[in-house]
Design a protein around this ligand. Structure first.
Ligand code: ADP
Length: 162
């Protein structure tokens, strides 16, 4: 079975991401969750915080490893022996960007295939942005994220940082 990589910003990880992680961890021998450091977006959580939250959420998944990276995703995939890229598709609106990314990655590195997992209906509306927006208004986000993430968001909101 090939090694798979699930790249993203994970700012912060949501139950939608965790659903994709758990399902793809069952499909592959090893899954590397790759947290993008140099995001063009201005992340709320530092890369260390994002990695720590993901590790806490994935601690019961022995074949899942969380790492951070900078630069081209396909380079990081190759350096880690991963030949499959996992991405989640929420709705048709995700499709255009995702297919462009998949084709570009394939053109740069033909040995790497992208696998799309359809989001569970339950989390199809969920994004890190929506969760941060809710936390900003002190909405309880515990139905959308793991307890450690809800607590981290609560602290950021308390400090007026969300
Ligand atoms: P990026 O900045 O690369 O979009 P994200 O952390 O937002 O990173 O998302 C990483 C991947 O997870 C993407 O493939 C995205 O479509 C997917 N994803 C985001 N939210 C959800 C969700 N609620 N359910 C399933 N997949 C999701």
């Amino acid at each position: 079975m090939p090694i798979a990589m699930y790249p993203g910003s994970f700012d912060p990880v949501t139950n939608g991401h965790l659903d994709i992680i758990k399902r793809s961890a069952r499909m592959f021998d090893k899954l590397i969750v790759a947290v993008l450091i140099n995001s063009a977006k201005h992340p709320l959580f530092t890369v260390e915080e994002r990695v720590a939250l993901l590790r806490e959420c994935c601690r019961d998944l022995p074949n899942v490893e969380v790492k951070s990276f900078d630069g081209l995703t396909v380079d990081f995939a190759r350096a880690n022996g991963a030949s499959v890229m996992v991405r989640g598709l929420r709705a048709v609106t995700d499709f255009e960007d995702e297919i462009q990314l998949a084709h570009t990655n394939h053109a740069i590195m033909p040995g790497i295939e992208t696998v799309f997992l359809a989001t569970s209906i339950r989390w199809s509306y969920l994004s890190s942005t929506v969760v941060k927006e809710a936390a900003h208004y002190h909405v309880d986000v515990s139905q959308f994220v793991a307890p450690c993430v809800a607590e981290a968001l609560r602290k950021k909101a308390e400090q007026g940082n969300v």
